[in-house]
Write a protein that binds this ligand. Structure first.
Ligand SMILES: C[S@@+](CC[C@H](N)C(=O)[O-])C[C@H]1O[C@@H](n2cnc3c(N)ncnc32)[C@H](O)[C@@H]1O
Ligand SMILES: [Zn+2]
Length: 335
């Protein structure tokens, strides 16, 4: 944990007391690797373990949330690789935001996984980016960002963020639909954005996802999220092989010819499969595994997503299709 993070921290237990350093046991360069934090108001303490401040203890978290966070933690440890295509993929999830937007901003990321986006935002010139995840993914995110003096990783629940309301921009990519109550998770994230600040969210859509909702969702809920992760890791290579074959033999060649591109868009999941056709085997395996491992997933209609933004009184809201099977939203919070 970098000392600079302290200015953003607020006690999640007593309604926002400042957090101060009580003890430092070990340091490594700019990181405090172990020690204790405490609330200046209620004096409750929070440990810093392996460089990460811990505001959530997975063992005390509700079972459903715990299972999701643990499954993803395991997933990010297996798939810790970086990929040059993540830039483009991330920007498509948060459009119309561009890298220049981050310059000088204080940014909050809800559910950072392995920290691939945290890393990018820090490099794109954010003043600071504070990234939160509930599960063991924080260990991977910490390793990926520890050398960036403006990147900070925290273990915490998105519903109980240990942060002051000081952020210029908050975003969450691929997380809210895995929460037991997605709308409440969105509101909690937004509650940390200062007046006149901005927010983005990307979620699974209900529209155009009929067969996933009918076939894959029950399979995920009843089978694939319950079997051993290692077994799922290997079994998920079967659907990956089918998707990989289709994208490399059909979608990609069609998309690289001018006449073929319009045809590719009309094929099964044309926009989506075309968008991932450039990814290698490992990335496609990650995508399939990621879809099958989570115990909870909601598919959210556009109308409901629009309500989330109305509920927080956002203005200048831009909601758009992402690959015609999911929704991305961007908006500004009132002054
Ligand atoms: C599909 S991953 C997306 C990670 C990252 N945004 C990305 O796109 O690479 C979902 C992440 O949300 C985290 N998560 C799940 N429930 C959470 C909660 N209640 N609070 C914070 N993070 C949570 C999981 O641990 C997981 O790392
Ligand atoms: Zn407190």
């Amino acid at each position: 944990m970098k000392k600079k993070l302290l200015q953003y921290l607020a006690c999640p237990l007593c309604g926002g007391g400042d957090i101060r350093l009580r003890a430092v046991a070990e340091e490594d360069g700019i990181e405090i690797m172990s020690g204790d934090l405490e609330c200046a108001n209620c004096e409750r303490s929070f440990p810093i373990v392996r460089g990460i401040p811990r505001f959530a203890n997975l063992e005390e978290i509700e079972e459903e949330k715990q299972a999701t966070a643990e499954s993803y933690g395991w997933s990010w440890q297996q798939f810790s690789q970086d990929d040059a295509r993540y830039d483009e993929q991330f920007l498509a999830w948060i459009a119309p935001v561009r890298p220049e937007f981050f310059a000088g901003k204080v940014v909050l990321e809800g559910g950072c996984g392995k920290g691939r986006h945290t890393q990018r935002i820090a490099r794109w010139g954010a003043s600071d980016v504070v990234a939160v995840d509930l599960g063991p993914a924080v260990e991977v995110a910490f390793a990926a960002t520890r050398d960036l003096e403006n990147a900070h990783i925290i273990q915490a629940d998105i519903y109980h963020l240990p942060l002051h309301r000081v952020f210029d921009y908050a975003f969450s990519v691929g997380v809210l639909h895995h929460l037991p109550n997605p709308r409440a998770g969105f509101k909690s994230l937004i509650s940390k954005v200062k007046q006149g600040g901005y927010a983005s969210a990307w979620i699974y859509g209900a529209e155009n996802n009929g067969w996933i909702v009918r076939v894959i969702n029950p399979l995920r809920r009843e089978v694939t999220s319950k079997i051993s992760r290692r077994l799922l890791f290997h079994l998920s290579k079967i659907p990956t092989a089918i998707m990989y074959g289709a994208t490399k033999l059909i979608y990609r060649p069609l998309n690289s010819s001018r006449r073929g591109a319009p045809i590719a868009r009309h094929l099964f999941y044309g926009d989506y499969l075309s968008s991932i056709a450039g990814f290698n085997w490992r990335e496609q395996h990650l995508i399939v595994f990621d879809h099958l491992v989570a115990p909870t997933a909601f598919y959210i209609p556009r109308e409901e997503f629009e309500e989330w933004w109305r509920d927080v009184n956002a203005t200048d809201v831009v909601i758009g299709w992402h690959n015609k099977n999911s929704w991305r939203g961007f908006g500004r919070l009132p002054e």
